[in-house]
Design a protein around this ligand. Structure first.
Ligand code: SAH
Ligand code: SF4
Ligand code: F3S
Length: 442
C-alpha cells in the first residue's frame, strides 16, 4: 500500500506531516512522491488565509476525479480540517479520513476502519509521539508547544489548533537527542507562540530555561519560531545572550505599526512596547538578525496608520519581513465585525511595503560583506555552479559548489550581497567537519 502526503501551511504543518509519515511507515505503508503512484493521498491543510484554502479546494476536486476513476482513499488533516468550511469541503469531495491537528495519532485506527473516519478531538498522545529523525537531514523541526492562547481578531489559528499545550520537556530532549545522534546539526523549536512554553503545566521549565537546556545538548545550532512581543520577556533575551548554540535570529511579528490598528487586532501590546523589546534585543544581542510578519490593509487601516507601519519598519530596520494582505477568515472576530478594505488599496500598500523591505534587506545584507559566517550548506542552488545554505541569521548564502562538495557546516567569508542573497567563499577549516553524504539532502 502506497501513500502520498501533500503539505500546505507553516512549519508546524511540515512537522505534523513528518509525524503522520512516520506513523504510515510504521504501519507498513510505502511513501511515494506522486498522486498517480498512491493508494492513499493525505492533504495537510492550512486555513490562515483565503489562498491556501482555495488551493485545497481545487486539489480535493482533482482527487475526487481520481477516486472516481480508480478508487483512491482520500485523507484531509490539519487546520482547515478542523473548521466547518473544511468539513463541508470534505463532504463534497468524498474525503474518507479527516483528522484535526490534535487527532493525528488516530491515523492507525482511521486506516483500519472500513468506513468514513473523522476525528476532531485533541488527543493527549499527539504530544507524546516522537517521530524518528528525518532520513539524512541536517536540519529538523521539533514541536514544543501546540495551540495558541492569544485571540488576534484576524486569526483563525486559535480556532483550528485550540489552546496552548506544552510537550513534556523529557520528550522534547529525547527527540532532540535522537536527532543529534542521526547527524542533525540544526534544530528549530516550533510553536505558534514558543515564548509561552511551560506556562500551562506546573513544574515545566519556562521557555528561557528550555532554551538553555536544549542549547547545552551539543547541537551546534538551535533556533525557534514563533515569538510574541507580549511574551518575549527579558529572561528569554538573557538565555539567548548566554547560550552560544542559540542562533541570534529573532522573528518577532509586529503586524502593524499603528496603535489604533494593533488595538483593533487585539494584539495586546502597543508600538512603544514593541520598540522597547527591540531596543532590549539590540542592547543584549548587537549582532541579532531581526525579522517580522506584517499584515497590510487590516479593516479600517487608514493611510496614516499605514505610514506608522512604514515608520516602524525604518525605526527597527528589519533584515527580513513576511508581508501579507489581510484576508478575511470566516469565524474570526474581524470577519464578523469589520468591513474589508478594497483590494486595490491593500495591494498598493503591499507594493510600497515590499519596496521598503527590499531597501532594508539590501542595506542589512551589505553589512555582512567582509564578515565570516557559519553556513549550513544543504543542497544545489538554482544558480548554476553554486550550492545554497543559510547562516546563523537565516540569510540564504550561496557558495561555489566546488568549495562545499558535501552538505554540512562551513565557515564562509561573505563577498557580495543582493537584497535577497549573500554570496561567499569557504575559508579555513570547516566547522565542524561536514557529514559526508551524496546530494540531495534535506
Ligand atoms: N503564531 C504566529 C503566526 C501566526 S500565522 C504569530 O503570532 O506570529 C502567521 C502569520 O500570518 C501571522 O503572523 C500574520 O501576519 C499572518 N496572518 C494571520 N492571519 C491572517 C489573515 N487573516 N490575513 C492575513 N495574514 C494573516
Ligand atoms: Fe494567531 Fe495571534 Fe495566536 Fe499568532 S498569536 S497564532 S497571530 S492568534
Ligand atoms: Fe496554516 Fe494552521 Fe499553520 S492555519 S499557518 S497550518 S497553524
Amino acid at each position: 500500500m502506497r501513500a502520498h502526503i501533500i503539505t500546505y501551511g507553516c512549519q508546524m504543518n511540515e512537522y505534523d506531516s513528518h509525524l503522520v509519515a512516520s506513523e504510515l511507515v510504521s504501519l507498513g505503508w510505502e511513501l511515494v512522491d506522486s498522486v498517480e503512484e498512491a493508494d492513499f493521498v493525505l492533504v495537510n491543510t492550512c486555513a490562515v488565509r483565503g489562498k491556501p484554502v482555495e488551493k485545497v479546494r481545487s486539489l480535493l476536486g482533482q482527487l475526487r476525479k481520481e477516486k472516481e476513476r480508480r478508487g483512491l482513499l482520500i485523507g484531509m488533516m490539519g487546520c482547515l480540517a478542523q473548521l466547518d468550511e473544511g468539513q463541508q469541503m470534505a463532504k463534497k469531495f468524498g474525503v474518507d479520513v479527516l483528522l484535526g491537528p490534535g487527532a493525528l495519532t488516530s491515523l492507525p485506527e482511521a486506516l483500519k476502519a472500513n468506513e468514513r473516519f473523522w476525528d476532531l478531538t485533541f488527543r493527549e498522545d499527539v504530544l507524546d509521539y516522537i517521530p524518528p529523525p528525518p532520513k539524512g537531514a541536517l536540519s529538523a523541526h521539533v514541536t514544543i508547544i501546540r495551540g495558541c492562547n492569544h485571540h488576534c481578531t484576524y486569526c483563525i489559528v486559535p480556532t483550528t489548533r485550540g489552546p496552548e499545550v506544552s510537550r513534556h520537556p523529557d520528550l522534547i530532549l529525547k527527540e532532540i537527542e535522537l536527532l543529534k545522534q542521526a547527524g542533525v546539526v540544526e534544530v528549530t523549536l516550533l510553536g505558534q507562540n514558543v515564548n509561552s512554553y511551560g506556562k500551562d503545566q506546573p513544574g515545566f521549565p519556562s521557555f528561557a530555561e528550555l532554551l538553555r537546556m536544549v542549547g547545552g545538548m551539543g547541537i551546534p545550532r538551535v533556533r525557534f519560531l514563533t515569538s510574541h512581543p507580549v511574551n518575549f520577556t527579558d529572561d528569554i533575551i538573557e538565555a539567548i545572550a548566554e547560550t552560544p548554540a542559540i542562533c541570534r535570529y529573532i522573528h518577532l511579528p509586529v503586524q502593524s505599526g499603528s496603535d489604533r490598528v494593533l488595538r483593533r487586532m487585539a494584539r495586546e501590546y502597543r508600538r512603544a512596547h514593541y520598540l522597547e523589546r527591540i531596543r532590549k534585543i539590540r542592547e543584549a544581542l548587537p549582532d541579532a538578525v531581526l525579522s517580522t510578519d506584517i499584515i497590510v490593509g487590516f479593516p479600517g487601516e487608514t493611510e496614516e496608520d499605514f505610514q506608522e507601519t512604514l515608520s516602524l519598519y525604518d525605526e527597527v530596520g528589519y533584515d527580513q519581513a513576511y508581508m501579507f494582505i489581510y484576508s478575511p477568515r470566516p469565524g474570526t472576530p474581524a470577519y464578523k465585525h469589520f468591513q474589508d478594505l478594497p483590494r486595490e488599496v491593500k495591494v498598493e500598500r503591499l507594493m510600497r511595503l515590499i519596496e521598503k523591505q527590499k531597501e532594508w534587506s539590501y542595506r542589512r545584507n551589505l553589512e555582512w560583506v567582509g564578515k565570516t559566517v557559519e553556513v549550513l550548506v544543504r543542497g544545489e542552488a538554482k544558480e548554476e555552479g553554486f550550492v545554497q545554505g543559510h547562516d546563523r541569521g537565516n540569510h540564504p548564502v550561496l557558495v561555489p559548489a566546488s568549495q562545499a562538495p558535501v552538505p554540512g557546516l562551513y565557515q564562509v567569508e561573505i563577498k557580495q550581497a543582493t537584497p535577497h542573497l549573500l554570496f561567499g567563499e569557504v575559508v579555513g577549516a570547516k566547522a565542524p567537519a561536514p557529514i559526508p553524504c551524496p546530494w540531495p539532502r534535506g
